[in-house]
Design a protein around this ligand. Structure first.
Ligand SMILES: Nc1ncnc2c1ncn2[C@@H]1O[C@H](COP(=O)(O)OP(=O)(O)OP(=O)(O)O)[C@@H](O)[C@H]1O
Ligand SMILES: [Mg+2]
Length: 314
């Protein structure tokens, strides 16, 4: 008789520490975890997955990390040598991190099938991290391996709960990337900096009723996300995963040169008299800018904004 998962005790006891905020996984005890991290290149999606994997590994999960770029292998040791080797490592549970090197859907499929089969037989906590989700899941119907891999990921998302399998997947955009079934079943979303306004139109529904707008999203730094969990939406500032922190630099935080939104700008400007604005001559602006550590680009855009403001007051 197959083991049946009615109660995931490990979820009642575990938690995720996403830097500035802590998520008790008891919130997910009856649903399992399906995390999607969205954002363009370099905003810290892979780091977020690794951070969560490290935390879950320490709390009893075996983490399978699917690595299309060779990044994860460089951090956590050689990838498993074959689907059969992955299977036996998942059964023995001796190792906490199992890296699967798969550059495309065809390479992933035999591993993915083993993961599903073992999860079905064993039903003990597994965290499956799929980096570069768009390599394995597709929004449009596809034939051959990509279609099959995409269906398999949907299976993980829709049927993982009963197999004690938790999922993390990254996507570059909220529309036209992963299969809708993945987005439709996610229950923890990490949304990183998005400067592309056309991407915002697809994302805005995630922020309805929160007061968070495009400007707030566009001003997130790498490692900062809006986290939508059972508890609502909050901003999280993530630490780096241990393995990545050992080799990669911490992203530098650049301060925005201008207030984040027009209403803030308007309010800030109203408080400054025209006389004082006129006193901001180019040498003074340059001096203040260098004290504040602004880039030339930031100085130039600030200078233009000042000019516009003065002209508007004439
Ligand atoms: N939480 C963080 N705090 C500070 N720096 C970070 C953080 N996360 C990532 N970084 C820095 O940003 C770099 C890029 O992060 P990461 O590889 O996770 O981005 P990504 O979103 O996965 O990008 P891609 O889509 O290109 O794979 C890291 O190598 C690291 O230097
Ligand atoms: Mg990445």
């Amino acid at each position: 008789m197959p083991r049946v998962v009615f109660r995931r005790q490990e979820l009642f006891e575990a938690k995720l520490c996403l830097g500035s905020s802590e998520i008790p996984l008891a919130d997910y005890a009856t649903t399992g975890l399906r995390i999607v991290a969205v954002g363009p290149s370099g905003i810290g999606k892979t780091n977020a997955g690794l951070l969560i994997a490290e935390q879950l590994a320490a709390q009893g999960w075996v983490c399978v990390m699917v690595d299309p770029e060779g990044e994860i292998e460089a951090l956590y040791g050689a990838a498993v040598s074959s689907p059969a080797a992955l299977r036996s490592a998942l059964v023995s549970r001796d190792e906490r991190f199992l890296v699967v090197s798969a550059r495309d859907a065809a390479e992933f499929l035999p591993y993915g099938q083993q993961i599903f089969e073992v999860a079905d037989d064993v039903r003990r906590p597994v965290f499956l991290m799929i980096d570069e989700g768009q390599v394995f899941s597709t929004s449009r119907k596809r034939k051959k391996e990509l279609g099959a891999a995409s269906d398999l990921l949907n299976d993980f998302a829709l049927r993982g709960r009963k197999r004690a399998l938790d999922l993390f997947i990254t996507a570059t955009r909220f529309s036209g990337s992963l299969n809708r079934a993945v987005f439709g079943s996610k229950n923890l979303t990490l949304i990183g900096c998005q400067e592309d306004f056309s991407a915002w139109s697809a994302l805005s529904a995630q922020f309805r009723g929160t007061g968070i707008g495009y400007n707030e999203l566009a001003s997130l730094a790498p490692g900062e996300f809006f986290c939508r969990s059972r508890r609502g939406v909050e901003k999280v500032v993530m630490p780096m995963a241990k393995a990545l922190a050992a080799v990669a630099p911490k992203a530098r935080r650049t301060r925005a040169a201008l207030p984040g939104s027009f209403s803030q700008w308007d309010r800030a400007m109203r408080e400054i008299s025209t006389e004082r604005l006129r006193a901001l001559t180019p040498p003074i602006v340059a001096l203040l800018g260098s004290v504040a550590g602004l880039s030339n680009q930031q100085l130039a855009s600030g200078g233009r904004a000042l000019q516009d403001e003065l002209e508007a007051r004439l």
